[in-house]
Design a protein around this ligand. Structure first.
Ligand code: NAD
Ligand code: UD1
Length: 338
């Protein structure tokens, strides 16, 4: 069975490709390398002992997609290809809507033309906006996104629902990721953000390697146990495994299915900092700073649906996540750049 993984040289995509190869799937990666490097394909081969096919291409190009679909039978597509920086999306909404939404539509059109009807979509917990209560489950209302990035996820989810209503040959898994962090335990692949990291874990590891002076903790006056925000951090290798679970589900012809992928445990910013300090063996400098606009107090998930319907259960805790992300950063202080 061959899986097309768009965005497969990116952070979550590369970990998922390893999981797919380890489970006997054949993999073709299509990535335009706008936020990743081709070197990742070598690293994947080093870890998995198998090399996925790699095509440099864009999901917005029918020509690029047809090159893949006409050359081999694709049984399922996992669409990781997308832009994901919240702040950038506020400044460049058209680019985000074009890349993420037009890209997804174009990909689905080519799939229909080539009679491939199994689709897995990387959505986000951001579609829940500021939830009325936590933990959230898949029946919670979606909407109230505060930035174009989040809105692309919301719109694509709606497009997928509408597509299935019109054409029930499609089987679609919408996976709403909570906060993926960590790296493959080998330290060969991991997250490699451009410039100053926006997200917590890569910022912390850049402080640990001396690239940044200290962590700014955005807000210590939230209504939580220690005043800092609560999130559901999930190890990227667990998240990767969730995709293999979803593929198996699609083979049962379920129509559209939606799963939250998280651990079910909420951790504060200080909990995460302390997990990294344990991996580091010494304190990590930090300061409390004002709240960041758009942040919500708490978001974590119920895990029952994913566990019951696709047998997905996260195995790693935040200590494992911190250890593995630190291992990656230590071995690759400049990410994939030498
Ligand atoms: P990433 O930037 O590391 O990976 C995305 C990959 O897609 C990159 O390799 C990039 O080069 C490629 N890409 C972008 N636009 C493309 C296009 N038009 N055609 C072909 N390739 C293209 O990001 P990631 O963290 O691995 O995220 C993967 C997916 O998961 C994204 O859709 C993201 O929105 C979603 N997601 C991520 C998080 C997170 O915290 N990382 C949370 C929720 C959802
Ligand atoms: C962010 C995005 C979300 C996106 C997700 C994955 C916002 C508002 N939300 O989620 O839409 O799906 O990333 O890309 O940007 N923090 C600090 N200091 C830092 C960085 C973060 O204190 O330098 C805190 C934040 O205030 C937050 C927590 O750490 O409480 C996690 O932040 P982050 O990693 O950016 O993830 P989210 O905000 O949950």
């Amino acid at each position: 069975m061959r899986i097309l993984v768009t965005g497969g040289t990116g952070y979550i995509g590369s970990h998922t490709v390893i999981e797919l190869l380890n489970n006997g799937y054949e993999v073709t990666i299509l990535d335009n390398l706008s936020n990743s490097k081709e070197l990742v394909v070598d690293r994947i081969e080093e870890i998995a002992g198998k090399r996925p096919d790699f095509v440099k291409g864009d999901i917005r190009s029918k020509e690029d997609l047809l090159k893949v679909f006409k050359g081999q039978k694709i049984d399922c597509v996992i669409n990781f290809a997308g832009l994901k920086a919240v702040g950038e999306s506020i400044k460049m909404p058209l680019e985000y809507y074009d890349n993420n939404i037009y890209g997804a539509i174009n990909l689905l059109e080519v799939m229909r033309e080539c009679e491939c009807f199994n689709f897995i979509f990387s959505s986000s917990a951001t579609v829940y906006g500021d939830p009325a209560s936590v933990p959230v489950d898949e029946t919670f209302p979606v909407g109230g996104t505060t930035n174009p990035y989040g809105t692309t996820k919301l719109f694509i989810e709606q497009i997928l629902q509408d597509l299935y209503k019109a054409d029930n040959r499609f089987n679609i898994a919408i996976l709403r990721y909570f906060n993926p962090i960590g790296a493959h335990p080998s330290g060969l692949i991991g997250e490699d953000p451009n410039g100053i990291p926006n997200n917590l874990a890569p910022y912390i590891t850049q402080v640990m390697v001396g690239k940044r002076d200290h962590l700014n903790i955005f807000g210590n006056d939230y209504d939580t146990k220690d005043g800092t925000c609560i999130r559901d951090y999930i190890h990227v290798c667990d998240l990767a495994r969730g995709h293999v679970c979803a593929i198996k589900k699609l083979l049962e012809n379920p129509g559209v299915v939606i799963y939250n992928l998280g651990t079910g445990k909420g951790s504060s910013v200080l909990d995460i900092l302390h997990a990294f300090e344990a991996a580091y063996g010494k304190p990590i400098p930090y300061e409390f700073a004002p709240r960041r606009a758009g942040d919500i107090t708490a978001n974590y998930t119920k895990v029952e649906k994913a566990e019951r319907e696709i047998g997905f259960k996260a195995q790693y805790d935040i200590m494992d996540m911190a250890r593995d992300q630190w291992n990656w950063q230590k071995k690759n202080p400049n990410g994939y750049s030498k």
